[in-house]
Structures are given as C-alpha cells and as structure tokens.
Design a protein around this ligand. Structure first.
Ligand code: UDP
Ligand code: MG
Length: 330
C-alpha cells in the first residue's frame, strides 16, 4: 500500500443522480453527518468530498447541488450535458474523482444502501484491499419479480463464464490505482460490475442491509433493466454466438437421421413424389446455414474483442525502477 496512507485517506463519494430532487436534500444531510463523524475520528482526510454527477436531470437536481456547494465544503457536482445513463454517469464521476482522491466509493442517491458501512469500507481499504464490494445480506425489500429476475441474471452471467459478485450492485470502494486501470478499458458499452473483477487486485466483501428507496421512483424501469442485463451479457461473453453454432451443428447431424427416415419411407412407398428430396434439402441446408452463421459469428466475436482493446494484463508490483535501469545501461 501507499506510504502516504499513514495519514487518513482522501475519500470521494461518487453519486450519479437522475431526477433525484426528492431525495437529494436528505442524502446530503445524512452524508454530511457521516463525513463529519469520520473526519472527527480521523478515519478520512478533511479534504474528502461528495461528488454528485447530475445525469441530465430535468428537475431541480442540479440547482440543489449548486446551492449546497456554496454552503457545504464536502458537496461538489458534475453536470452532464444530457442523460448518459447510470453507468456512464458513474464513470464520469470516477474518472474525475481519481485525480484528487486516495479511494472512491460509488453509491446511489436514493439512500437504499446502508451509509454506516462506509466506515467498514475505509477500514478494509486501510488493511490493504483495493476493491471492497458492498453485498446485500438479503433481497427481502425487493419485489418477488425483481428478486427472481436478479437471481436468474447472476446465474446466467456466471454460467457464461462472466465473473460477477453475487448480490452486489454498484456500492463499492475502489482505490486510486484501480480507477487508473479502469480508465484503460475504453469500451462504449459499460458494465462496471463485470469490469472491476476483471481488473484484479486484492478485494473483499462487506455485507449490509438494503432499504427501500427513501423517496421518488426507481429510475430503472423494466425496459432499462433488460437492456442493462443484455448489455452485460453481450459485452462479456460470446456464448450466445456459440449457441448458434451449436444448434446449427446439431441440426446438421440431425439431417442425416432425418435423411435415413425419409429414404426408408420412400422405399416402402409411403411418400408423395418430391417430398423426400425437399425435406432432406431443407434440414441439410438449414443446418449448414446455421453452422456458417455461427462461424461468421465467431469471427465477429473476435473482432469485437479486438475493437474493445482491453488491457491484456495489469501489473500490480514492479521491483525494477527507472533509476536502476539507467545504472545498468551506463
Ligand atoms: N441514475 C442515473 N441515470 C439514469 C438512471 C439512474 O444517474 O439514467 C441514477 C439514479 O439517480 C440513482 C442510481 O442511478 O442514483 C440508481 O438508480 P435507481 O435507484 O433508480 O435504480 P434501482 O435502485 O431502482 O435499481
Ligand atoms: Mg435505487
């Protein structure tokens, strides 16, 4: 860990907000109390900040942020020119915050996540963890529908080989160096929950209870939720493409079985003329086409990976310093 961290770390909370005028005053009030308390206990630096990212809200969200910025030294804001979506708003905040923080915690504006575990996040950071995932103890406050779809989603992701932390949303602490590496991932379709585990470094989990939304409505209606899940899967896995090749191959094999069945029928005189050749062709060509489509898909999948240009590895420690290298060449 950084030697500079013997003094309390500078913490920046990053909070994306979309039409959150109803909860924002309360969120600011509660966070200010938490910050005052943590500073008093010498857990975080007094220069720590709360960075709100206004994701193109159409209500008074930005006005509330600006007003509070004048009177509250913790409160700062970024205003996006238009609604860019939760993940992009979050990334904007993270990219900005890494310039003036030791660690960052991302959290939603609606006070659903338990603010009291922030202290535990910081403790873990001081113990040397670069990523601390906030994990929900239970999903009892969710509707049956949200609970079962979420569970199905995690299962599907894991079965496709994507590493996501179960029951963890975007409430997490990240060290400055994790944020630095995150900015090396230049993909347009962002799914931070999948990217952070991909970066690596030492990580741990902290468990908490999630409450109901303090006020206002969810900004994630079913349509957005499905789009998010679909984005998550297609950004991380080529399994859907493989599925096409697989089905095609099975169909292709099956066409031989069908051919035998049809020919037997033909020889016992059980068919109308033209039917046998037509059926065999349909199954054979259908299977062949799907195999070909899957094959093209494989190449597109490869191109997709290349285009994303994700870092191939991330170095955690290095004992060779520039001055040593210079000495050797002298
Ligand atoms: N949010 C955002 N941009 C959007 C949608 C949501 O910045 O386009 C923010 C929102 O203000 C909140 C967080 O993302 O702070 C999570 O949204 P929400 O609480 O509505 O989602 P839910 O908890 O219902 O899944
Ligand atoms: Mg919420």
């Amino acid at each position: 860990m950084d030697s500079s961290l013997s003094s309390p770390p500078i913490l920046v909370l990053v909070i994306p907000c979309y039409n959150e005028e109803e909860v924002l005053p309360e969120t600011i009030k509660r966070l200010t109390t938490i910050f005052d308390n943590l500073i008093e206990k010498n857990k975080i630096a007094y220069t720590s900040k709360i960075l709100f990212v206004d994701d193109g809200s159409r209500d008074r969200t930005w006005e509330i942020i600006e007003e509070n910025n004048k009177t509250n030294t913790f409160v700062h804001g970024l205003k996006l020119a238009k609604n860019a979506g939760h993940q992009n708003a979050l990334l904007a905040g993270l990219n900005h915050a890494k310039e003036f923080s030791d660690c960052v915690i991302s959290i939603d504006a609606d006070l659903q996540d338990d603010l009291n575990v922030i202290e535990e996040f910081i403790e873990k950071f001081k113990e040397g963890y670069d990523v601390v995932y906030g994990v929900r103890k239970s999903r009892s406050t969710d509707t049956f529908f949200k609970r079962s779809t979420a569970q199905g989603f995690y299962r599907l992701m894991n079965s496709m080989g994507v590493n996501v932390v179960y029951n963890h949303a975007d409430y997490r602490l990240m060290s400055k160096r994790v944020l630095h590496h995150l900015s090396e991932f230049r993909e347009v379709n962002l799914f931070l929950r999948g990217l952070i585990p991909l970066i690596g470094f030492k990580s741990t989990e902290v468990y908490y209870d999630r409450n109901e939304r303090f006020a206002g409505e969810s900004k994630y209606p079913l349509k957005k939720m499905l789009a998010f899940a679909f984005d998550g899967i297609t950004s991380f896995s080529v399994t859907p493409i493989r599925l096409i090749s697989g089905i095609g191959f099975l169909m292709f094999l099956f066409s031989f079985v069908i051919a035998i069945y049809i020919l037997v029928n033909k020889f016992i005189g059980n068919t109308t003329s033209g039917w046998s050749s037509l059926m065999i062709s349909i199954w054979f060509i259908g299977g062949l086409q799907l195999v070909a489509l899957g094959l093209i898909g494989e190449y597109i999948g490869k191109i997709y990976k290349e285009v994303k240009a994700r870092p191939k590895y991330i170095i955690e420690k290095n004992t060779v310093h520039l001055s040593q290298k210079n000495k050797q060449t002298e």
